[in-house]
Design a protein around this ligand. Structure first.
Ligand SMILES: Cc1cc2nc3c(=O)[nH]c(=O)nc-3n(C[C@H](O)[C@H](O)[C@H](O)COP(=O)(O)OP(=O)(O)OC[C@H]3O[C@@H](n4cnc5c(N)ncnc54)[C@H](O)[C@@H]3O)c2cc1C
Length: 532
């Protein structure tokens, strides 16, 4: 069936798109607002500011791809759409991190789970992190606006077998189980969301807010990377960027961006890194610290029936049974979800080698995987990590896994095994070196209780990067105000996941959409008033 590719169509209609690799000479561009990054925060801001009549330039280091390029093949998706081709890791290599690097940012490749910020988290920010004016009630209209804009609705098709195991296990044990809302329209239920939606069903920034901004005359620069924020006293007076080749290496061509206001939306590793690289004022040494990941441990289970966890909506069920298990700042709680299981993803995120690895891969279609996402940042023993700029300019995320994490990991591996057996698993295998295939909950309980959990032995992964440039009114804790405006530079805002003062305890995209919609609307009001 021939389909209209909205990106191809927009480009034909004359959208202003400049690809870094095609720039032949140094260039200066000017607009009311320059936005660095095109993910959840950048896309939301771009649409709202352009709708207010402001001219917008959006700068994205990754390439502009469209559904024509999304061929459902991991070998193409990871190098084209992910930071470091999907191989990004923390300094000690103990945590694998997935983050987007393409127009649309991580929203182009995410799994469409859409959950509002938990009330407990918002209350903690108000009480402990000097965040003002952000509550369940004050955010409600912004969540409603973005849910409508991005077609966020309950998923009415049956969950795939991978999610069904989570639901069945929880139901058998009497645990919390909640259906997930997703940002899709006319979804084909393929299960390949992580490789870019081949049928434009996912309402990512790539096909919603960014086209809206471009249709209003905005400009998109792809394959252009912001490297330096030029500032003096309380004012930013330009951002220096470099054009990137099709292989995403610098071409030597420079781009200077000038605006009345600048928005950083490069995500929770790159926004703090750009600010650190530019020596922005940071008298309390906050920048790049307290970076959160929802570090997640994984439990595999083999079933007699086919699970085919590569097929069907990747996430449609979650359980918060253990999320707040000991209060907000008590023992580390975790959310239970499932990931999609595709061959390269599985091969690189599991344990064993040689025959044992091959044996597991051969059983891939019978494998169910449950994940426990740790709610980091709410107590002193879960302080998160730090973004560090090395002398050679490389960015590293140092995230030491604490004793509190390992205790929670063991708790989670036990509970996940329990639920997988309750759902009828034949065997359960914690994804950790030293663990075996256990044939009963009794055996699993005994063995996992004594399993040596440690960095590099236990697989830990994250697709949720948050923090590093926190919001709040107390400058000893926060870099930006509760509206995302810099405490130190009058014409600079940060609108992305880096402003969260802790992790969320929920998948981040909707929290970023809601908060950025509110902050971008307030910014648009103030900029248009100044003009008027
Ligand atoms: C595989 C995967 C699955 C996920 N699934 C879900 C899910 O189901 N539900 C959910 O809620 N969340 C999910 N997430 C997380 C969610 O997508 C992110 O939390 C969210 O998109 C972050 O938004 P952001 O604006 O902070 O940054 P991003 O969306 O990551 O966008 C940042 C963009 O800025 C660009 N950039 C960075 N630095 C520069 C620079 N110097 N110059 C120019 N451009 C720059 C990057 O290339 C990137 O494209 C998932 C993430 C991944 C990777």
């Amino acid at each position: 069936m021939s389909r209209i590719d909205p990106i191809e169509q927009g480009l034909k209609q004359g959208w202003h798109h400049i690809r870094g690799s095609q720039l032949q000479q140094d260039t200066v561009l000017e607009a009311d607002v320059v936005i660095i990054g095109s993910g959840a925060g950048g896309g939301t801001a771009a649409e709202i500011l352009s709708a207010a009549g402001l001219t917008v330039i959006m700068v994205e280091a990754g390439p502009l791809k469209s559904s024509r390029d999304f061929d459902m093949e991991e070998r193409h998706a990871y190098p084209n759409l992910y930071q470091q081709a999907g191989a990004l890791q923390t300094k000690d290599k103990a945590i694998s991190i997935f983050q987007g690097r393409a127009v649309g940012g991580s929203t182009t490749i995410n799994w469409t789970t859409s959950i509002r910020t938990p009330v407990q988290t918002l209350e903690y920010w108000r009480a402990e992190k000097s965040v003002q004016g952000i509550s369940e009630t004050s955010l409600q209209p912004w969540f409603e606006q973005m849910e409508q804009r991005l077609s966020i609705r309950p998923w009415t098709l049956a969950p795939n077998a991978n999610n069904r195991v989570l639901a069945q296990g929880c139901e058998t044990l009497g645990w919390d189980v909640t259906p997930i809302r997703r940002n899709v329209t006319s979804c084909w239920n393929t299960g390949y969301c992580g490789m870019g939606c081949p049928v434009d069903a996912k309402q990512s920034m790539l096909i919603t807010t960014i086209p809206a901004m471009l249709s209003r005359g905005g400009t998109l620069l792809s394959q252009v990377k912001a490297v330096q924020i030029e500032h003096h006293r309380r004012t930013v007076y330009g951002i220096r960027a470099e054009a990137l080749s099709d292989g995403l290496t610098p071409t030597g061509i420079n781009v200077v961006l000038k605006a009345r206001h600048y928005i950083l939306a490069g995500g929770a590793i790159h926004t703090p890194a750009l600010m650190l690289r530019s020596w922005l004022p940071d008298p309390y040494g906050i920048l790049g610290r307290r970076t959160f990941l929802h570090p997640s441990v994984l439990s595999g289970a083999l079933f007699d029936d086919n699970i085919n966890a590569h097929s069907g909506a990747p996430q449609s069920i979650y359980s918060d049974q253990f999320l707040w298990r000991d209060g907000v700042s008590g023992e580390l709680g975790y959310k239970l979800e499932v990931p999609p299981v595709h061959p390269v993803l599985l091969a690189s995120k599991t344990v064993g080698y040689g025959r044992s690895h091959a044996a597991l891969m051969q059983q891939m279609n019978h494998l169910q995987v449950t994940i426990a996402l740790m709610r980091d940042g709410f107590s002193a023993d879960a302080p998160g990590g730090s973004v560090i700029l090395q002398p050679n300019g490389r960015i590293v995320l140092d995230y030491p896994l604490t004793e509190a994490f390992w205790q929670a990991a063991r708790h989670a591996l036990l509970r996940m095994a329990e639920l997988q057996f309750a759902a009828g698993a034949r065997q359960v295998l914690p994804i950790a070196e030293g663990g075996g295939y256990y044939a009963s909950w009794r055996e699993a309980k005994q063995e996992i209780s004594q399993l040596g959990l440690a960095p590099l032995k236990t697989v830990v992964a994250s697709a949720h990067v948050m923090g590093g440039c926190p919001m709040g009114e107390d400058r000893q804790q926060a870099m930006v105000s509760s509206h995302g405006r810099s405490h130190y530079l009058d014409n600079l805002s940060v609108f992305d996941g880096s402003v969260f003062p802790t992790s969320l305890g929920a998948n981040p995209q909707l929290s970023i959409y809601g908060l950025c919609a509110r902050n971008a609307t307030l910014l648009a009001d103030s900029l248009t008033k100044l003009t008027g």
